[in-house]
Design a protein around this ligand. Sequence first.
Ligand code: NAP
Ligand code: GCO
Length: 266
Amino acid sequence: MTMDKLFRLDGKVALVTGATHGIGFAIAQALAQAGAKIAFNGHSPVRLKEAEDKYRAEGINAKGYLCDVTDEDAVENMVAAIAKDLGPVDILVNNAGIIKRVPMTEMTAAEFRQVVDVDLNAPFIVSKAVLPGMIEKGHGKIINICSMMSELGRETVSAYAAAKGGLKMLTRNICSEFGEANIQCNGIGPGYIATSQTAPLRERQADGSRHPFDQFIISKTPAGRWGTVEDLMGPAVFLASDASDFVNGHVLYVDGGILAYIGKQP
Ligand code: NAP
Ligand code: GCO
């Protein structure tokens, strides 16, 4: 197969969860530019409509589905509706996610469960909903959006780290269980990316100086910068395309080198 075809997604249907903005929106843009038909979901009617307009302004005819990814019946109905509207899902990107930054001793069990529900249980639910169609078609790609916290811990993110660590292992298990059906399941582990989710970590201080955490991340990243959502577009197309047909169970860290680096001497 020639290089220009290897990275193309023409004729494929991609579902990107939580792609009303941020990382999911950029990944959906990338998959669309590579030829895929895009379905996406969110759980806010207002943001869903705004996102559809944003995609259209980019020339992407993405179809939005209002669906809470933690609701198994709603997910089953969404996947069936996508199959009817666009065709069975060939590429799933489990992107929807939340974080709560609360010291463990102050976090309630309900808060812990809520994060795990969205960040780990939901990728199981959505993957389970699309797998039968992929098995029937004899191919499929599942990409789970993991995190630095799939490998590292830090204060106040116990639920998120537990969920993202579990998501890395769910990735390996889907690989193990369905590799024989020609389904590849891999993860993308973004580093620290400038989105609404990390905005609180980058807020300017009252005196105009950078947030201490902002400076900390810069010191821990060899690239010396925060990642952008555009940094994730190429890796997503690679893992969604035929170019990665023998890559399975892998988490591709797109982190500017954080995981390889002890950090700049203060
Ligand atoms: P974001 O800006 O907060 O976007 C999160 C998306 O998930 C939104 O579209 C949101 O939809 C959706 N979502 C949340 N709960 C949902 C639910 N129950 N059902 C359906 N959709 C739901 O986050 P982001 O920074 O783009 O991050 C996207 C993914 O990358 C997350 O999994 C995050 O953990 C991961 N990640 C982020 C970073 C980073 O530095 N930003 C790094 C590593 C990994 P609404 O808009 O409708 O609420
Ligand atoms: C945090 C950040 C991180 C990023 C990302 C890093 O509070 O430490 O939100 O968790 O979101 O997951 O890869």
